[in-house]
Design a protein around this ligand. Structure first.
Ligand SMILES: [Zn+2]
Ligand SMILES: [Zn+2]
Length: 105
C-alpha cells in the first residue's frame, strides 16, 4: 500500500523504510522545514520502479528500490518453472507480489 512517503504498492506503515522516513521528517521539521515540504522532499528522493508483469494484467504497480530487489528475486524464481515458460522470456524481470499471486493460481 502506498503511504505518504512513497507510491510503492508494497510499502506499508509498519515497514522499516516508513519508520526511517518518519525520523527524516522529524529531523526536517526540527530544521524548520514544513511537514508538507518534508514529505515532498522524501517522496522525490526515492526511486520508483515498475513491475515488469503488471502490464499483462493492466496494472501499473510501482515498487521502491527495496521491494524492486525482492521482485527481481521472485522473477528469477518464477523463471525456473518450465510450465511458466510464457514468463521465462523475461526471467530477469521483476514480479511484484500481486503478480506472484496470479502466477501461483
Ligand atoms: Zn516498497
Ligand atoms: Zn506486478
Amino acid at each position: 500500500m502506498p503511504n505518504i512517503f512513497t507510491n510503492c504498492c508494497e510499502c506499508n506503515n509498519s515497514s522499516q523504510t516508513f519508520k526511517d522516513n518518519l525520523l527524516i521528517l522529524d529531523y526536517l521539521n526540527k530544521s524548520s522545514i514544513p511537514t508538507e515540504i518534508g514529505i515532498k522532499v522524501i517522496k522525490l528522493s526515492q526511486n520508483i520502479n515498475n513491475c515488469d508483469y503488471c502490464s499483462i494484467y493492466g496494472r501499473t504497480n510501482k515498487l521502491c528500490d527495496i521491494h524492486y530487489k525482492k521482485a527481481k528475486k521472485s522473477g528469477k524464481l518464477f523463471g525456473q518453472f518450465p510450465n511458466k515458460s510464457f514468463y521465462t522470456n523475461k526471467n530477469n524481470g521483476a514480479v511484484c507480489s500481486t503478480c506472484c499471486f496470479e502466477f501461483i493460481i
